[in-house]
Design a protein around this ligand. Structure first.
Ligand code: F6R
Length: 610
């Protein structure tokens, strides 16, 4: 949440900051701002709303500078106002941008007010600007002031700071929120993620927890939590510019939905190249870590949690191991019974979701050190805190609503279920071969599902005027019903609920009337006949049904029952294929309602606060 970019260069940094903020906008889009050192003065432009509005204001001001910082905000402390927007400035001299939450900001605020500092915002961030300024006033460099200040902060932060008294330096600090340095030729950068700077450089250093850094035109110096100089590895990012651009698509969500055959294909290729369902897929230590696993505990939030719910069916069926799935924000606050032989699996697209990270730390604190992270962002915090890692190959996901990350997580989880089954002697070679073959065919089946887009789009016009919708599924398709409902509500703002179809008559059936569209995911599996009975229950109450079936489900359209069929039944992988039409339904409904598909209100892509 919140995006940071900063640059020190031999050229005008304003276009670099603006471009960087546009790429970081997925992290928060309540307000945006930049502060630059222009001549002798710190000059700042802030606007509520999108980066484009701030950019227009910056152009109008004619800013031109060699040193600057920028920020795109997702409001936590203090409303969405210009005075709460970052950068925050202390005494007209020092400007700062911040991602994270300072927990002791109230106590620090009182202390700084007593020292004569005046506050102009309701943010926790302004405290940090004044605190660094206060330490600077005691003498020493901007870096030493930053290092002194962060030792007095509790909470999470990524910080970038400039000061007009230090026109050749940009300083940065990281604790609990991602921050990296970008290394250019005669220019250096700081950013929340590599997308912000990839047009300038791909050479990056990921700061570690507690690190501070000093950037000049000529180089960067990193210091650890004890302020000792430290050498951090330089990585070359493989994020491509094409993956960050819309190309022919209208929205990133649309692009990412259509990228799924490629994203799934790449993820499957990683499995095939590693020799199939082998422990090595999950890291060097995996064979020993997985060998004596007695149970699996999955932890995640949102869509990633629904991937976990689907995986439970696979893990129990294929590996014969008990599997529990918890919402990370619930797990971390309940008393759990630690079992050192339990495999803790965290699932996160971003790898920085705070609740998932804290749930992982909590699990480890209970003596559970068999940890596996399924993640889409290499070098992010959650995989770095896990012993085993499976990196999905979805590529950068920019639309706030997760799509290709979800289906590639499902591929990874399926591979985990089969691998565990194999290690436990539950699957013979023939069955393993069949399952690998099924995975190889998956990109083609997903493409067939994508080809249904015109039919799904035609349904969207029936959904657009509705206030509510129900999504039903059974077995592995129940989590897909949950995911369909989440997608619809988050981007179209239609209230939607996902239910196991068998639960209908235990309450939600009371909601069904002619105004309630009911989406049913009904492939030809062992539960089809039961789903059909549930459909009758809805029809008898006048509810209009929208059924996603497959070629083999014996369904016919009738009054009030609409059916779209995926071309073939893909057996155990069917939930992955059925994720596609529910994503498209949400997308086209949102289009019909005219909402901001890629940046739905109140949300942000990576949730680094509680
Ligand atoms: C919904 C969505 C969110 C995320 C959730 C977890 O479309 O994207 O529900 O799935 O915030 O995020 P990650 O996977 O990054 O931990």
């Amino acid at each position: 949440m919140c995006g940071i970019v900063g640059a020190i260069a031999n050229r005008d940094v304003v276009p670099l900051l603006v471009e960087g903020l546009k790429r970081l906008e997925y992290r928060g889009y309540d307000s945006a701002g930049i502060a630059v050192l222009s001549g002798e003065a710190v000059r700042r432009v802030r606007r509520t709303g999108r980066v484009a509005e701030m950019e227009a204001a910056a152009l109008a001001e004619g800013l031109d500078a060699r040193l600057g910082i920028g920020h795109t905000r997702w409001a936590t402390h203090g409303g969405v106002t210009e005075s709460n927007a970052h950068p925050h400035i202390s005494h007209g001299e020092l400007a700062l941008v911040h991602n994270g939450i300072i927990e002791n900001h109230e106590a620090q605020r009182q202390r700084l007010e007593a020292l004569g500092y005046e506050f102009t915002s309701q943010t926790d961030t302004e405290v940090v600007a004044h605190l660094i300024h206060h330490h600077r006033a005691q003498g020493g460099s901007l870096l030493s002031a930053l290092q002194a200040a962060v030792k007095e902060l509790h909470g999470a932060y990524a910080l970038a700071v400039i000061d007009k008294r230090d026109p050749t330096t940009l300083v940065a600090a990281r604790m609990g929120c991602p921050l990296l340095l970008g290394l250019g030729e005669g220019e250096n950068f700081v950013a929340s993620d590599v997308s912000a700077i990839v047009s300038a450089t791909r050479r990056v250093i990921f700061l570690e927890e507690g690190d501070t850094a000093e950037l000049t035109i000529d180089g960067v110096h990193v210091f650890d939590a004890d302020d000792a100089p430290v050498a951090r590895e330089v990585h070359v990012s493989d994020v491509s510019l094409a993956s960050l651009e819309l190309g022919p698509y209208r929205h990133f969500m649309q692009k990412e939905i259509h990228e799924q055959p490629r994203a799934i294909g790449d993820t499957v290729e990683g499995i095939v190249d590693a020799g199939g369902f082998d422990a090595g897929l999950f890291g060097k230590e995996a064979a020993s870590v997985l060998a004596d696993v007695e149970s699996v505990q999955i932890l995640a939030c949102g869509t990633s949690y629904y991937a976990g719910l689907t995986a439970r069916y696979w893990i129990e069926a294929l590996a014969g191991i008990p599997c529990a799935v918890d919402i990370a924000s619930e797990y971390r606050y309940r008393k759990v019974v630690g079992n050192p032989k339990q495999l803790i699996v965290t699932i996160s697209q971003s790898g920085e979701t705070l609740d998932t990270m804290e749930a992982l730390k909590y699990a480890k604190a209970q003596g559970q050190d068999k940890t596996l992270s399924i993640c889409n962002v290499p070098e992010s915090a959650i995989p770095r805190a896990s012993r085993l890692v499976f990196l999905t190959r979805a590529g950068a996901e920019i639309g706030v609503a997760s799509t290709k990350a979800f289906t590639t997580q499902l591929v990874a989880l399926f591979a985990l279920a089969v691998t565990l089954g194999k290690l436990r002697g539950q699957l013979d070679e023939a069955r393993e071969g069949e399952l690998l073959e099924a995975l190889r065919h998956l990109p083609g089946s997903v493409q067939h599902a994508l080809n249904l887009e015109p039919q799904v789009a035609a349904w969207a016009s029936s959904f657009a005027p509705r206030q509510h919708a129900l999504f039903l599924g059974r077995g592995t398709h129940y989590p897909i019903a949950l995911e369909g409902a989440l997608k619809l509500k988050e981007i179209s703002y239609i209230h939607a609920e996902g239910y196991p179809a068998g639960e209908l008559k235990h309450g939600p059936l009371a909601l069904v009337d002619t105004q309630m569209p009911v989406v049913v995911i009904a492939p030809n599996d062992a539960l089809l006949e039961k789903v059909k009975s549930n459909i009758q229950e809805v029809r008898a109450r006048g509810g209009e049904m929208f059924v996603f079936a497959d070629a083999d489900s014996s369904f016919s359209e009738s009054e009030g029952v609409h059916v779209i069929r995926t071309p073939r039944h893909v057996g155990i992988l069917s939930p992955i294929v059925h994720a596609i039409p529910v994503q498209m339904l949400a997308y086209h409904t949102a289009l019909a309602r005219g909402t901001d598909v890629d940046k739905p209100r109140n949300l942000a892509k990576s949730v680094t606060v509680e």
